[in-house]
Design a protein. Structure first.
Length: 200
């Protein structure tokens, strides 16, 4: 006769093998939160490293010309003598533009001045009428490209000195033009009280 299964006798007070396995299973539950934390932490580190590797180029990097990209960072910081003035030349006399820019912002260089370097904050005058002027601030992002995040400004001559009285990346507020007596039609604006354009 073939015996399919037989239970071996156990010593008094001892724990059967299957009961020991069950107890070990319950002991693992104590370490489960630690295991989950470690796995999650390793996954987070891996995710962050992959995100950093796939990070898109910054605006500064994207706007650089191919010739500038080939240069080292040290070369990029050198003076850019080949800036094309045709891209930024306005009808404003350079002496007037230089005077206005030097007074409305001590932090910026006049856009037509030499020498200029990558990273310079530049000032441009686009319109002058008597004691009123309009222009913008921008940055030099490569030797042959002036652009980057910019902001427009309005300036007026007060007590013989040019002052920037408003800065914006949107439509001018008519209240500002009215406050400083800008000529009608000098710059487009919006009146937030009357909800009309050029109403001041």
């Amino acid at each position: 006769m073939v015996t399919l299964w037989s239970a071996k006798p156990t010593c008094a007070g001892s724990i059967p093998a299957h009961a020991s396995i069950i107890n070990n299973h319950y002991d693992m539950n104590k370490y489960l939160p630690v295991i989950v934390f470690v796995v999650a932490f390793v996954g987070f580190i891996y995710y962050m490293s992959s995100v950093n590797q796939a990070k898109p180029p910054s605006y500064f990097e994207a706007q650089q010309s191919n010739s500038v990209k080939k240069n080292s960072l040290d070369e990029m910081g050198k003076i850019c003598d080949n800036l094309s003035s045709s891209n930024n030349k306005s009808d404003i006399d350079d002496n007037i533009g230089r005077e206005i820019c030097s007074e409305v912002s001590s932090m910026s260089k006049y856009i037509n001045d030499r020498p200029l370097s990558i990273g310079d904050q530049l000032c441009e005058v686009s319109k002058v009428s008597g004691n009123y002027a309009e222009g913008g601030f921008t940055s030099m992002v490569s030797c042959d490209y002036v652009g980057g995040p910019g902001i427009a400004w309005l300036g007026t001559k007060i007590d013989g000195k040019w002052l920037s009285v408003a800065k914006s990346q949107d439509t001018w507020d008519c209240a500002t033009l009215k406050k400083y007596d800008f000529p009608k039609g000098f710059a487009p604006c919006y009146n937030w009280e009357t909800e009309k354009e050029n109403d001041y």
